[in-house]
Design a protein around this ligand. Structure first.
Ligand code: PHE
Length: 344
């Protein structure tokens, strides 16, 4: 068994070895590495202190103070060597500094527009080129603008079509941009052509093609001689321009604020009309609900339905972006994932 003299001898030997290796270190990395080997938490001195259980308390004390003394000496050697190495490093001529000027610089991605913003701007510009003006309305609406004035009275079953969030104060996050039709007609006197892009909210369970929030572009054209053929011409031109749609069709549909009401479908861009799971085997995809403004709506806003006519549409805009870029899950557009968004 070791006696106390052996242990003290061992500790002194550690100092000798540490002094030799620290002073021989060529650079700061090596110096730090050596320092840890001797005086670090798992270093040689700590190791000795772990193995002195069998000594008497007074002996442990002696060993403890000896090892502290040695540890301090090692630290002194470490610090003075560190200073020497630093000043050597600093005094080195610039020419010895190795800078490789041929290494390519750190690149950063150049910013670009979100696909929804990019297509929205393109669409807005297209309508502006046809004389449409951009108008806005609030996202939190009264039920009057969201429903009543659009010929959807309270307690009428038609209200169920819109899965509405009702706020405690009686207002609603608008379920469609059609509320902006009413606000616009209250302010402007015809003739006018407007579009109203914006967010809408519905109580939907979220899946690949539904979110509780989505973008719509409302359109409204009121003049003395606006006809269904104007609606058809303008909307067909729109889907051709934005989506490159080749074939389109109009189907009758019910929306209480238009008469007649229609849905504009385009031939499925994914299967070319043959039928696939995206168009649910029909070969067609619905893109723009639309119709001729209902006389009742004109009456609500004080426009004479005998003198004026109009058409309206409400294009689900996220759907357009999905079709344009062949995106099969709407949620991808809202997750802020750079890897996905930078592809467009
Ligand atoms: N507001 C309707 C909807 O979101 C769409 C629509 C707008 C239909 C304008 C006809 C005319 O369901």
């Amino acid at each position: 068994m070791e006696n106390i003299a052996d242990i003290i001898k061992k500790i002194e030997l550690i100092l000798d070895e540490a002094s030799r290796l620290l002073n021989g270190s060529k650079d700061l990395n090596e110096l730090d590495f050596q320092f840890k080997i001797f005086a670090g938490k798992k270093g040689k001195i700590t190791e000795i202190l772990h193995n002195i259980h069998s000594f008497a308390p007074e002996e442990k004390k002696i060993i403890g103070s000896k090892s502290n003394e040695i540890k301090n000496k090692i630290e002194e050697i470490y610090l003075s060597k560190k200073n020497k190495l630093i000043s050597i490093e600093r005094s080195r001529p610039l020419s010895e500094n190795k800078i490789d000027l041929t290494i390519p610089g750190a690149s950063f991605e150049s910013p670009h527009k979100h696909p929804i913003t990019a297509v929205l701007e393109e669409t807005v510009n297209f309508f502006m080129s046809m004389g449409f003006e951009v108008v806005e309305g609030p996202e939190i609406e009264t039920t009057y603008y969201n429903f009543d004035a659009l010929n959807i009275p309270a307690n009428h079953p038609a209200r169920d079509i819109w899965d509405t969030f009702y706020l405690l104060n009686g207002l609603v996050p608008r379920t469609h941009t059609s509320s902006v039709q009413v606000r616009t007609m209250e302010k402007k006197s015809p003739p006018f052509r407007v579009i109203a892009p914006g967010r809408c909210y519905r109580y939907e369970s979220v899946d690949a093609t539904h979110l509780f929030m989505f973008n719509q572009i409302e359109g409204l054209f009121v003049d003395k001689t606006v006809r269904l053929s104007d609606l058809k011409g303008i909307l067909e031109a729109t889907v051709k321009y934005i989506l490159g749609a080749k074939k389109t069709r109009f189907r009758p549909a019910f929306y209480p604020f238009v008469e007649p009401g229609l849905d504009l479908d385009i031939e499925c861009v994914f299967c070319g009309g043959k039928g696939c799971n995206i168009c649910k085997s029909t070969g067609w995809i619905e893109v723009i609900p639309c119709g001729m403004v209902h006389p009742q709506v004109f009456k609500y806003v004080g426009i004479d339905p005998e003198k004026y006519r109009g058409f309206a549409f409400g294009m689900g805009f996220d759907r357009v972006v999905m079709l344009k870029y062949n995106i099969n899950d709407l949620r991808l557009l809202y997750q802020g994932n750079i890897d996905i968004l930078s592809q467009f």
